[in-house]
Design a protein around this ligand. Structure first.
Ligand SMILES: [Zn+2]
Length: 451
């Protein structure tokens, strides 16, 4: 090789294993990623990389696996501030008696900004580079994302009833459109519409969401078929299952991300399939709220894209996508009584590439391929809990990896180095969170809120 063929790059990451996700199930030994600006410019053997590239910075990750940054496809980031406030309750009791009253009392722009920042810190430290958020004050959530240089899909919440953020349906749309305008063309943030659920949003508002999403080329996310009670109430009130109602008003389309889907019959699968809808599976939240089980194997077999999300920290209670992968894999096996169901490569794909597909950003992220954004997580396997490592891909899913995430890049920026956040002042953030805890605990509603 002649000296002329040596190319300058910003960064070379030399890793013991590279797991690109696309192609499916592949583990590359002693490979490297070359990065310039925010893009992956090459993926090749470390031996060749050392000859071909002259990097400004080199990372020698010789006991690490590098993977595409994880994509948390559903959550309510600011609810980290409600973590552990009302555990061990069924969904409707949890919502009606605990979460909604607490939200009415506490949600504000600064609550959302601090809560979202806490979520971002937690997600980055556990290898997540992109998340989806549906919560009040989405403008402030987007600001926290912008400031911390993470990638996100932010959904403007749409509800029929008032909240601290908006007074009525019109007001949600009005404010939502302003947020959408403000962040249009942002390189890391997409704004979409998040009608909360069929039982909290009327037909007119749902139809308006469809029209706006089409006009603005935006995504839609909705909680759908989360519990059997949701189905029973809908049938009692209207004689139809919620998904049939959505179909009748032409709401379903590939831009619709249906979150949960724990109550699924064959006709529902046909509707999801025919309309190209996305499904977001939140196994730990479904288990904790005893909502039911999403039949991921059946959905995937029907060609429906299934991505993974943690849901909010109040019903999980963490934002650890490695734990979510493990739970999804174990749950699918238990549900189907088939140990081959939802294999480790499939679980990792759900948490990466399928998330990117659901969010409509698969041309940009979700796998380690030439030309894609450098959204990368490195996991250090030089830890007793990962010894010995025969199959690093399996290890990623079935041993607890979140605590061993060492490096995270989002869009080429190093946001976690040697397990520490590079941009967020952890102590200052903890202090802000403690102030919220003190405020909530000291409130006159303490008895109601302490549960
Ligand atoms: Zn949710």
């Amino acid at each position: 090789m002649t000296p002329q063929s040596v190319t300058q790059v910003d960064c070379l990451i030399n890793a013991r294993w590279v797991i690109p996700v696309i192609p499916h199930g592949v583990v590359l030994n002693n490979h490297s990623l070359a990065i310039t600006g925010n893009r992956i410019v090459d993926l090749l053997s470390t031996k060749d990389a050392r000859l071909r590239y002259k990097p400004k910075t080199t990372f020698e990750l010789d006991s690490h696996a590098i993977i595409p940054g994880l994509i948390n496809a559903h959550g309510h980031a600011a609810m980290t501030l409600f973590r552990g406030m009302a555990d061990d309750r069924p969904l409707m009791t949890w919502l009606n008696n605990h979460i909604w009253p607490a939200e009415n009392r506490w949600i504000s722009d600064s609550f959302v900004e601090t809560g979202t920042e806490l979520a971002i810190a937690e997600m980055l430290l556990s290898g997540t580079t992109c998340f989806s958020d549906m919560y009040f004050f989405p403008n402030r959530a987007a600001k926290a994302v912008h400031r911390n240089k993470m990638r996100a899909q932010i959904f403007v919440p749409i509800l029929d009833f008032p909240s601290a953020w908006a007074s009525d349906a019109d007001n949600y749309f009005h404010k939502g459109l302003k947020v959408s305008d403000e962040f249009r063309n942002h390189d890391l943030i997409n704004i979409g519409f998040g009608p909360h659920a069929p039982y909290t949003v009327c037909d007119a508002a749902l139809q308006r969401v469809s029209v706006l999403a089409e006009e603005l080329d935006a995504n839609i996310q909705i909680h759908l078929h989360e519990t059997s009670q949701e189905i029973e109430n809908a049938i009692a009130n209207s004689g139809r299952r919620p998904i049939n109602r959505l179909d009748e008003i032409d709401f379903l389309s590939p831009r619709v991300q249906c979150v949960h889907m724990t109550q699924v019959i064959d006709e529902d699968i046909e509707l999801l399939q025919n309309n190209g809808c996305q499904v977001i599976h939140c196994p730990e939240s479904n288990l904790k709220l005893a909502s039911g089980f999403c039949p991921t194997t059946k959905l995937s077999k029907a060609g429906i894209n299934v991505a993974l999300g943690t849901d909010g920290a109040a019903s999980n209670n963490d934002l650890d996508m490695f734990a979510e992968m493990q739970t999804a894999a174990l749950l699918a096996k238990g549900l189907t009584r088939d140990a081959t169901a939802l294999s480790a490569p499939e679980a990792l794909r759900m948490a990466t590439y399928n998330g990117a597909l659901a969010l409509g950003i698969d041309d940009l992220t979700g796998s380690l391929e030439k030309g894609k954004a450098a959204d990368i997580a490195a996991i250090n396997f030089d830890h007793l809990t990962h010894q010995p490592t025969y199959d690093p891909l399996s290890q990623l899913v079935y041993t607890s990896c979140a605590r061993n995430v060492s490096h995270v890049w989002v869009n080429g920026r190093l946001l976690v180095e040697d397990g520490e956040l590079t941009q967020i002042d952890t102590e200052a953030l903890k202090q802000k969170v403690q102030l919220w805890r003190a405020k909530i605990c000291a409130s006159e509603n303490q008895q109601t809120l302490k549960f």
